[in-house]
Unconditional design. Structure first.
Ligand code: BV8
Length: 243
Protein backbone atom coordinates (compact mmCIF):
# COMPACT_ATOMS: atom_id res chain seq x y z
CA UNK A 1 0.00 0.00 0.00
CA UNK A 2 3.06 2.25 0.51
CA UNK A 3 3.04 5.38 -1.74
CA UNK A 4 -0.54 4.67 -2.74
CA UNK A 5 -3.43 7.16 -2.56
CA UNK A 6 -5.55 7.22 0.58
CA UNK A 7 -8.91 9.01 0.77
CA UNK A 8 -10.51 9.38 4.20
CA UNK A 9 -14.08 10.62 4.78
CA UNK A 10 -14.95 11.64 8.34
CA UNK A 11 -18.26 12.55 9.96
CA UNK A 12 -19.56 13.75 13.29
CA UNK A 13 -18.76 10.41 14.97
CA UNK A 14 -15.01 11.08 14.91
CA UNK A 15 -15.55 14.16 17.10
CA UNK A 16 -17.85 12.53 19.68
CA UNK A 17 -14.95 11.58 21.99
CA UNK A 18 -13.89 15.22 21.84
CA UNK A 19 -17.26 16.13 23.37
CA UNK A 20 -19.04 17.39 20.22
CA UNK A 21 -22.60 16.20 19.53
CA UNK A 22 -23.52 14.23 16.42
CA UNK A 23 -26.57 14.99 14.34
CA UNK A 24 -28.63 11.91 14.87
CA UNK A 25 -27.66 10.36 18.16
CA UNK A 26 -29.84 12.88 20.00
CA UNK A 27 -33.00 11.45 18.49
CA UNK A 28 -32.98 13.85 15.57
CA UNK A 29 -32.62 16.91 17.76
CA UNK A 30 -29.41 18.77 17.42
CA UNK A 31 -28.53 20.85 20.44
CA UNK A 32 -32.32 21.06 20.95
CA UNK A 33 -33.09 22.16 17.38
CA UNK A 34 -34.63 20.39 14.39
CA UNK A 35 -32.14 20.44 11.49
CA UNK A 36 -34.64 22.15 9.18
CA UNK A 37 -34.99 24.99 11.70
CA UNK A 38 -31.29 25.85 11.85
CA UNK A 39 -29.35 24.29 8.95
CA UNK A 40 -31.10 25.42 5.75
CA UNK A 41 -30.95 28.70 3.79
CA UNK A 42 -34.71 29.03 4.34
CA UNK A 43 -34.23 28.82 8.12
CA UNK A 44 -31.59 31.55 7.91
CA UNK A 45 -33.87 33.74 5.80
CA UNK A 46 -36.79 33.13 8.18
CA UNK A 47 -35.00 33.55 11.51
CA UNK A 48 -31.34 34.61 11.15
CA UNK A 49 -31.09 35.42 14.86
CA UNK A 50 -31.94 31.83 15.83
CA UNK A 51 -29.52 30.37 13.27
CA UNK A 52 -26.70 32.68 14.41
CA UNK A 53 -27.37 31.66 18.03
CA UNK A 54 -27.17 27.96 17.05
CA UNK A 55 -23.79 28.40 15.37
CA UNK A 56 -22.50 30.77 18.08
CA UNK A 57 -23.21 28.01 20.63
CA UNK A 58 -21.34 25.41 18.58
CA UNK A 59 -18.43 27.78 17.85
CA UNK A 60 -18.12 28.41 21.61
CA UNK A 61 -18.32 24.67 22.39
CA UNK A 62 -15.50 24.07 19.92
CA UNK A 63 -13.17 26.28 21.97
CA UNK A 64 -13.43 23.74 24.84
CA UNK A 65 -12.95 20.67 22.61
CA UNK A 66 -9.64 19.00 21.77
CA UNK A 67 -8.64 16.50 19.07
CA UNK A 68 -9.01 12.90 20.27
CA UNK A 69 -6.92 9.77 19.56
CA UNK A 70 -8.69 9.22 16.22
CA UNK A 71 -7.86 12.73 14.94
CA UNK A 72 -4.28 12.30 16.15
CA UNK A 73 -3.89 8.88 14.52
CA UNK A 74 -5.02 10.27 11.14
CA UNK A 75 -2.64 13.22 11.59
CA UNK A 76 0.23 10.80 12.34
CA UNK A 77 -0.62 8.78 9.21
CA UNK A 78 -0.78 11.97 7.10
CA UNK A 79 2.62 13.01 8.48
CA UNK A 80 4.24 9.71 7.53
CA UNK A 81 2.44 8.84 4.32
CA UNK A 82 4.63 9.05 1.20
CA UNK A 83 1.73 8.86 -1.24
CA UNK A 84 -1.20 11.24 -1.67
CA UNK A 85 -3.51 11.57 1.34
CA UNK A 86 -6.86 13.34 0.96
CA UNK A 87 -8.86 13.95 4.14
CA UNK A 88 -12.46 14.93 3.33
CA UNK A 89 -14.49 15.89 6.37
CA UNK A 90 -18.21 16.53 6.66
CA UNK A 91 -17.46 18.14 9.99
CA UNK A 92 -17.32 21.89 10.46
CA UNK A 93 -15.06 21.70 13.53
CA UNK A 94 -11.30 22.36 13.32
CA UNK A 95 -10.16 19.24 15.19
CA UNK A 96 -8.38 17.73 12.19
CA UNK A 97 -6.39 20.97 11.76
CA UNK A 98 -5.52 21.07 15.44
CA UNK A 99 -4.37 17.44 15.39
CA UNK A 100 -2.23 18.18 12.35
CA UNK A 101 -0.33 20.95 14.18
CA UNK A 102 1.08 18.17 16.39
CA UNK A 103 2.04 16.04 13.36
CA UNK A 104 3.02 18.34 10.45
CA UNK A 105 1.67 16.65 7.29
CA UNK A 106 3.75 15.27 4.45
CA UNK A 107 3.64 16.98 1.06
CA UNK A 108 0.87 14.77 -0.37
CA UNK A 109 -1.73 15.76 2.26
CA UNK A 110 -4.80 17.88 1.62
CA UNK A 111 -7.76 18.53 3.96
CA UNK A 112 -11.20 19.50 2.64
CA UNK A 113 -14.21 20.75 4.64
CA UNK A 114 -16.98 19.78 2.23
CA UNK A 115 -19.68 21.25 4.52
CA UNK A 116 -17.83 24.44 5.46
CA UNK A 117 -16.25 25.54 8.74
CA UNK A 118 -17.59 26.87 12.06
CA UNK A 119 -14.61 29.23 12.43
CA UNK A 120 -15.32 31.01 9.15
CA UNK A 121 -17.98 33.52 8.08
CA UNK A 122 -18.94 34.51 4.54
CA UNK A 123 -20.10 37.88 3.18
CA UNK A 124 -23.36 37.34 1.30
CA UNK A 125 -22.60 40.31 -0.94
CA UNK A 126 -19.02 39.56 -1.98
CA UNK A 127 -18.83 35.82 -1.10
CA UNK A 128 -15.55 36.67 0.70
CA UNK A 129 -14.67 34.06 3.36
CA UNK A 130 -13.39 35.49 6.66
CA UNK A 131 -11.86 33.75 9.70
CA UNK A 132 -14.43 34.17 12.49
CA UNK A 133 -14.07 32.67 15.97
CA UNK A 134 -16.50 34.86 17.92
CA UNK A 135 -20.26 35.34 17.94
CA UNK A 136 -22.03 36.46 14.78
CA UNK A 137 -25.30 38.45 14.99
CA UNK A 138 -27.61 40.14 12.52
CA UNK A 139 -26.00 43.44 13.57
CA UNK A 140 -22.38 42.40 13.03
CA UNK A 141 -20.84 44.76 10.43
CA UNK A 142 -19.13 42.88 7.63
CA UNK A 143 -15.36 43.65 7.48
CA UNK A 144 -15.43 43.65 3.69
CA UNK A 145 -18.49 45.77 2.89
CA UNK A 146 -19.33 47.29 6.29
CA UNK A 147 -22.97 46.25 5.97
CA UNK A 148 -24.58 44.84 9.15
CA UNK A 149 -26.32 41.50 8.55
CA UNK A 150 -24.27 40.72 5.46
CA UNK A 151 -22.30 37.91 7.17
CA UNK A 152 -23.52 34.30 7.35
CA UNK A 153 -21.81 31.23 8.78
CA UNK A 154 -19.53 29.65 6.13
CA UNK A 155 -21.50 26.42 6.42
CA UNK A 156 -23.07 24.29 3.67
CA UNK A 157 -26.71 23.97 4.69
CA UNK A 158 -29.15 21.32 3.51
CA UNK A 159 -30.16 22.09 -0.05
CA UNK A 160 -26.83 23.84 -0.76
CA UNK A 161 -24.06 22.36 -2.89
CA UNK A 162 -21.17 20.93 -0.85
CA UNK A 163 -17.70 22.35 -1.52
CA UNK A 164 -14.88 20.83 -3.65
CA UNK A 165 -17.14 18.28 -5.38
CA UNK A 166 -15.43 18.67 -8.78
CA UNK A 167 -12.03 18.02 -7.21
CA UNK A 168 -13.32 14.88 -5.46
CA UNK A 169 -14.54 13.49 -8.80
CA UNK A 170 -10.97 13.89 -10.10
CA UNK A 171 -9.30 12.00 -7.23
CA UNK A 172 -11.75 9.11 -6.77
CA UNK A 173 -10.33 7.17 -9.79
CA UNK A 174 -6.84 7.17 -8.27
CA UNK A 175 -7.94 5.93 -4.82
CA UNK A 176 -6.23 2.82 -3.40
CA UNK A 177 -7.68 2.92 0.11
CA UNK A 178 -11.01 4.57 1.03
CA UNK A 179 -11.70 4.91 4.76
CA UNK A 180 -15.05 6.14 6.08
CA UNK A 181 -14.93 7.12 9.76
CA UNK A 182 -17.74 8.21 12.12
CA UNK A 183 -20.54 8.81 9.66
CA UNK A 184 -24.04 7.35 9.53
CA UNK A 185 -24.40 7.37 5.74
CA UNK A 186 -27.50 9.56 6.06
CA UNK A 187 -26.33 12.64 4.23
CA UNK A 188 -25.66 12.85 0.52
CA UNK A 189 -23.58 13.36 -1.54
CA UNK A 190 -20.99 12.26 1.10
CA UNK A 191 -22.80 8.96 1.76
CA UNK A 192 -22.50 8.14 -1.94
CA UNK A 193 -18.71 8.55 -2.11
CA UNK A 194 -18.00 4.88 -1.38
CA UNK A 195 -20.19 3.88 -4.33
CA UNK A 196 -18.35 6.33 -6.61
CA UNK A 197 -14.92 5.14 -5.45
CA UNK A 198 -15.89 1.51 -6.05
CA UNK A 199 -17.19 2.32 -9.53
CA UNK A 200 -14.12 4.38 -10.51
CA UNK A 201 -11.21 2.55 -8.86
CA UNK A 202 -9.96 -0.77 -7.49
CA UNK A 203 -9.75 0.76 -4.03
CA UNK A 204 -9.99 -1.24 -0.83
CA UNK A 205 -12.90 0.21 1.17
CA UNK A 206 -13.24 0.18 4.96
CA UNK A 207 -15.90 1.56 7.30
CA UNK A 208 -14.80 2.44 10.82
CA UNK A 209 -17.81 3.45 12.92
CA UNK A 210 -19.54 2.85 16.23
CA UNK A 211 -22.21 0.84 14.43
CA UNK A 212 -23.07 -0.17 10.85
CA UNK A 213 -23.94 2.85 8.70
CA UNK A 214 -26.77 2.94 6.18
CA UNK A 215 -24.21 2.16 3.44
CA UNK A 216 -22.23 -0.48 5.35
CA UNK A 217 -22.92 -3.18 2.73
CA UNK A 218 -20.79 -1.24 0.22
CA UNK A 219 -17.60 -1.63 2.26
CA UNK A 220 -15.19 -4.55 1.80
CA UNK A 221 -14.02 -4.25 5.42
CA UNK A 222 -16.02 -3.11 8.47
CA UNK A 223 -14.68 -2.35 11.91
CA UNK A 224 -16.98 -1.20 14.70
CA UNK A 225 -16.18 0.51 17.96
CA UNK A 226 -15.30 3.96 19.29
CA UNK A 227 -13.14 5.86 16.77
CA UNK A 228 -10.62 6.67 19.52
CA UNK A 229 -9.89 2.94 19.79
CA UNK A 230 -10.37 1.50 16.28
CA UNK A 231 -8.76 4.26 14.20
CA UNK A 232 -5.33 4.25 15.90
CA UNK A 233 -5.25 0.44 15.59
CA UNK A 234 -6.12 0.60 11.90
CA UNK A 235 -3.52 3.31 11.25
CA UNK A 236 -0.87 1.11 12.87
CA UNK A 237 -1.87 -1.72 10.51
CA UNK A 238 -1.53 0.62 7.50
CA UNK A 239 1.89 1.84 8.62
CA UNK A 240 2.99 -1.78 9.22
CA UNK A 241 2.06 -2.56 5.61
CA UNK A 242 -0.72 -4.92 6.68
CA UNK A 243 -3.52 -3.17 4.72
C1 BV8 B 1 -27.16 18.71 -1.65
C2 BV8 B 1 -23.27 21.45 7.93
C3 BV8 B 1 -27.91 19.20 -3.73
C4 BV8 B 1 -24.35 21.91 8.83
C5 BV8 B 1 -24.22 19.48 6.99
C6 BV8 B 1 -33.78 18.32 -0.73
C7 BV8 B 1 -33.11 19.33 -1.39
C8 BV8 B 1 -31.74 19.26 -1.63
C9 BV8 B 1 -31.03 18.18 -1.14
C10 BV8 B 1 -31.73 17.21 -0.47
C11 BV8 B 1 -33.10 17.24 -0.27
N1 BV8 B 1 -33.47 16.11 0.42
C12 BV8 B 1 -32.37 15.37 0.66
C13 BV8 B 1 -31.33 16.03 0.13
C14 BV8 B 1 -29.99 15.67 0.17
C15 BV8 B 1 -29.46 16.20 1.50
C16 BV8 B 1 -29.46 15.02 2.43
O1 BV8 B 1 -28.63 14.16 2.26
N2 BV8 B 1 -30.40 15.01 3.38
C17 BV8 B 1 -30.47 13.86 4.28
C18 BV8 B 1 -30.76 14.32 5.70
C19 BV8 B 1 -31.52 12.90 3.73
N3 BV8 B 1 -28.14 16.72 1.25
C20 BV8 B 1 -27.98 18.02 1.05
O2 BV8 B 1 -28.83 18.86 1.14
C21 BV8 B 1 -26.57 18.40 0.63
N4 BV8 B 1 -26.65 19.20 -0.54
O3 BV8 B 1 -27.57 17.59 -1.80
O4 BV8 B 1 -27.20 19.64 -2.59
C22 BV8 B 1 -27.68 20.16 -4.73
C23 BV8 B 1 -27.42 19.69 -5.98
C24 BV8 B 1 -27.21 20.57 -6.95
C25 BV8 B 1 -27.25 21.92 -6.66
C26 BV8 B 1 -27.51 22.38 -5.39
C27 BV8 B 1 -27.73 21.50 -4.40
C28 BV8 B 1 -25.88 19.22 1.68
C29 BV8 B 1 -25.66 18.38 2.89
C30 BV8 B 1 -24.79 19.18 3.86
C31 BV8 B 1 -25.62 19.64 5.01
N5 BV8 B 1 -24.74 20.19 6.04
N6 BV8 B 1 -23.39 20.01 7.85
C32 BV8 B 1 -23.80 22.03 10.20
O5 BV8 B 1 -22.89 21.27 10.57
O6 BV8 B 1 -24.33 22.89 10.92
S1 BV8 B 1 -24.54 17.84 7.07
C33 BV8 B 1 -24.27 17.25 8.60
O7 BV8 B 1 -24.56 15.87 8.51
C34 BV8 B 1 -22.87 17.30 9.13
O8 BV8 B 1 -21.91 17.78 8.24
C35 BV8 B 1 -22.59 15.84 9.43
O9 BV8 B 1 -21.27 15.54 9.42
C36 BV8 B 1 -23.33 15.25 8.31
C37 BV8 B 1 -23.55 13.80 8.20
O10 BV8 B 1 -23.91 13.32 9.39
P1 BV8 B 1 -22.84 12.37 10.11
O11 BV8 B 1 -21.52 13.07 10.10
O12 BV8 B 1 -22.90 11.05 9.50
O13 BV8 B 1 -23.38 12.43 11.55
P2 BV8 B 1 -24.51 11.50 12.14
O14 BV8 B 1 -24.92 12.05 13.44
O15 BV8 B 1 -25.53 11.26 11.08
O16 BV8 B 1 -23.76 10.11 12.37
C38 BV8 B 1 -22.73 10.04 13.30
C39 BV8 B 1 -22.20 8.62 13.18
O17 BV8 B 1 -21.11 8.49 14.09
C40 BV8 B 1 -23.23 7.57 13.58
O18 BV8 B 1 -23.22 6.52 12.62
C41 BV8 B 1 -22.72 7.05 14.93
O19 BV8 B 1 -22.96 5.66 15.08
C42 BV8 B 1 -21.25 7.29 14.80
N7 BV8 B 1 -20.56 7.49 16.09
C43 BV8 B 1 -21.06 8.03 17.22
N8 BV8 B 1 -20.10 8.01 18.18
C44 BV8 B 1 -18.98 7.47 17.62
C45 BV8 B 1 -19.27 7.12 16.29
N9 BV8 B 1 -18.38 6.54 15.47
C46 BV8 B 1 -17.16 6.30 15.98
N10 BV8 B 1 -16.80 6.60 17.25
C47 BV8 B 1 -17.67 7.18 18.09
N11 BV8 B 1 -17.31 7.47 19.35
Amino acid sequence: MRNKTIIVLTGAGISVESGLATFRDAGGLWCGHRIEDVATPEAFGRDPKRVHEFYNLRRAQLKDAAPNAAHLALAKLAARWQGRFFLITQNVDDLHERAQTLHPPAIGYQLFHMHGELNKARCQASEEIIDWRDDLTVATPCPCCGKPGSLRPHIVWFGEMPLHMEFFAKIFPECDLFMSIGTSGNVYPAAGFVREVRALSRSHTVELNLEPSLVNSLFAEKIYGPAGEIVPRYVERILAGEV
